[in-house]
Design a protein around this ligand. Structure first.
Ligand code: ADP
Length: 662
């Protein structure tokens, strides 16, 4: 293999380029018009434009990509994840054109492509599957009878589903018919296939998946498991390896079942067998069931790389070259623990809506034991066309706690400005006591949502730290020796300064800082007087020694606004009295605006209709997700400005409500 074309973009394209380069293999990047200036394009040996921004017109065009490979003399194609990575037709087209597809044989992709077929194969192979119905008869009558036989609650899944789409939980039979129609409609629209399957809905499951690898010589191994139970809307938010608290016997049984699954379909390359573990009765004797197999490299593969020490992309390339697996099962072990979070451009505090725009500032952390995989850089545009992931932050440590602490520190240091991000939310999430204890299941985020909100009242010591940061100059004057400069610089500072912090709701705290001859500062205006020696360690890293106990924080100043982050908590402070009219929850004029550009899928209200708080108004599709807009207050619909299928701009007025007084 001499030159690999990467049929992907962003962080995964860069990640593949890194390994290929280390192995002395050249790379070809492909890019849409929106990505012409992207880092992956610069880093590859060669690059080819493949069309307009929408993925359907570029990254998903099989012919164009095959042509790009022919034109650039590539002899292999790596599909990354997403896009064409699990497209059997694409894998076949590669083979037909004499290109090596770095992935499994098309037959294996096809076998696992639909959830129903996959479950049938696994059942036959003796791999446990979730009890349910995966038959061809899709009539309401048949499905309803099966649901009753399985027993509520049940889950409807689109057989062609992915990314948590087209899934619906039903708690009792009376909802069945309506839910089925809705699920089928959604599945048909999203996947062009409206077939569904039914599964017993597990009320307290953990998502544990096993990384498998097979070569073309009949060897199959597993590289242990990843726990991806922390999810929102059935989408992974945090991934870790190994699964916390998993009994050794269960680990072994799952590893063996995963290997069996791979063997059953003649698998070659990297794959992931996803299991759901029913922990409602504890994990010790928990049953586990096959959910699906992903026939590609996964987003969260770095946690496995960290604990096993192997480069999975290197394995993929070697297997595709026809080599035997680089390691035997007995050689593969677990070293320490790794945790990954996905930093997304999304408004975690505002209902997790995706956020777009230019990344005005991007500083990603560099620390021991932390790996950062990112596809963007400062100045990049987070567009509506692709997944809004900014970076994956992955930390490794000798223990789970060490890994978590490292990841929290890394998140505290991460600076991403422009679009809103989930950074602060992620830090609170992995810092949550229950997560630290490993008390996790797929309901974790929803159950703890109230604890995951930003905290606003600062302990006195942090308020003092904030006041110190506001009054400590960032740099000593240069020119003379550092000590002299520091001495005179300190002497030139005002002896006494006061700092006022303004809080929402009109509260104000005034602190007074008195500087001593030795540079120590006495802070008053808080419950207990504190004495500290403050210093900036770098542009955003501030610390203060409070009599032998060191407090550290990332401090960002933007005019009168200060953001202080420490130990995974983010505090926003105001140094000036501000009119706090930013983004009201209830628009006073009753005009409901589009929170982002998108397409109106359905409108539920008509002028003259009265609505209650929370009533649905319309569904907007934006960034590949459906967002339901509801009435923020009770009232009467005054006007509806959009209809089904309309394209709307960010901030466009959709519906107007005449709100009831009070
Ligand atoms: P998708 O392919 O759309 O991602 P999956 O079948 O992989 O769908 O399931 C995604 C997530 O949905 C799982 O990780 C789990 O949290 C939840 N889930 C799936 N099946 C069940 C089930 N039978 N009971 C409870 N939760 C489930």
């Amino acid at each position: 293999m001499r030159r690999i074309l990467i049929a992907n973009r962003g962080e995964i394209a860069r990640r593949i380029i890194r390994t290929a380069r280390r192995m002395g293999i050249e790379t070809v990047a492909v890019y849409s018009d929106a990505d012409a200036g992207a880092p992956h394009v610069r880093e590859a040996t060669l690059a080819v434009g493949i069309g307009p921004a929408p993925a359907a017109e570029s990254y998903l065009k099989i012919d164009t990509i095959i042509q790009a490979a022919a034109k650039t003399g590539a002899d292999a194609i790596h599909p990354g994840y997403g896009f064409l990575s699990e497209n059997a037709q694409f894998a076949q087209a590669c083979h037909d054109n004499g290109l090596i597809f770095i992935g499994p044989p098309p037959s294996a992709i096809r076998a696992m492509g639909l959830k129903d077929g996959a479950k049938k194969i696994m059942k036959q192979a003796g791999v446990p599957v979730v009890p349910g119905y995966q038959g061809e008869d899709q009539s309401l009558d048949r499905l309803e009878r099966s649901a009753r036989a399985i027993g509520y609650p049940i889950l409807i899944k689109a057989v062609a589903g992915g990314g948590g789409k087209g899934m619906r939980r039903i708690d009792d039979g009376s909802e069945f018919a309506d839910a089925l129609i809705a699920a089928k409609r959604e599945a048909g629209r999203a996947f062009g296939n409206d077939s569904v399957l039914l599964e017993k809905y597990l009320t307290k499951p953990r998502h544990v998946e096993v990384q498998v690898f097979a070569d073309a010589h009949g060897n199959v191994v597993h590289l242990f498991e990843r726990d991806c139970s922390l999810q929102r809307r059935h989408q992974k938010v945090v991934e870790e390896a190994p699964a916390p608290g998993l009994p050794e016997a269960l680990r072994q049984a799952m590893g063996e079942a995963a290997v069996k699954a791979a063997q059953a379909i003649g698998y070659v390359g990297a794959g992931t067998v996803e299991f759901i573990v029913d922990v409602s009765e504890g994990i010790d004797r928990a049953p586990f069931y096959f959910m699906e197999m992903n026939t590609r490299l996964q987003v969260e593969h770095p946690v496995t790389e960290f604990i096993t020490g192997y480069d999975l992309v290197e394995w993929q390339i070697r297997v595709a070259r026809g080599e035997a697996l680089p390691a035997a099962q007995a050689d593969i072990g677990i070293n320490g623990h790794a945790v990954e979070v996905r930093l997304y451009a999304e408004d975690a505090e505002g209902g997790f809506l995706p956020s777009t725009g230019r990344l005005d500032k991007l500083e990603l952390p560099q620390r021991t034991g932390v790996r950062v995989d990112s596809g963007v850089e400062q100045g990049s545009e987070i567009s509506i066309h692709y997944d809004p992931m900014i970076a994956k932050l992955i930390a490794h440590g000798s223990t789970r706690q060490v890994a978590i602490d490292r990841l929290i520190a890394a998140l505290d240091e991460t600076i991403a400005e422009g679009p809103k991000t989930n950074r602060a939310f992620l830090a609170r999430l992995i810092g949550h006591q229950a997560f630290r204890l490993g008390d996790i299941d797929t309901g974790f985020i929803e159950r703890h949502l109230a604890d995951l909100k930003p905290v606003n009242d600062l302990p006195d010591r942090l308020l003092a730290l904030a006041a110190l940061a506001a009054t400590t100059p960032r740099q000593a004057p240069t020119g003379t020796s550092p000590w002299e400069a520091l001495g005179s610089w300190r002497l030139n500072l005002p002896h006494q300064q006061s700092v006022d912090f303004y809080f929402e709701g009109g509260a104000k705290r005034s602190l007074t800082l008195t500087r001593g001859e030795d540079g120590a500062v006495t802070v008053t205006g808080i419950d207990e007087e504190l004495v500290a020696s403050p210093a900036w360690r770098s542009a955003h890293q501030f610390e203060a020694d409070f009599g032998g106990s060191l407090a550290r924080a990332t401090v960002l100043l933007d005019g009168p606004a200060m953001e202080l982050r420490t130990a995974g908590q983010t505090f926003r402070l105001n140094l000036r009295e501000a009119s706090l009219d930013k983004g009201e929850a209830v628009p006073r004029d009753g005009r409901i605006k589009a929170p982002m550009p998108g397409k109106v899928l359905s409108v539920f209200v008509k002028p003259g209709q009265s609505v209650q708080v929370g009533d649905r108004l319309l569904v907007l599709e934006a960034m590949k997700m459906e967002h339901r807009l509801t009435a923020p207050a009770a009232g009467t619909i005054r006007a509806v400005h959009v209809g089904d299928g309309d394209q709307v701009a960010d901030g466009g007025v959709l519906v107007e409500i005449e709100m009831e007084a009070g």
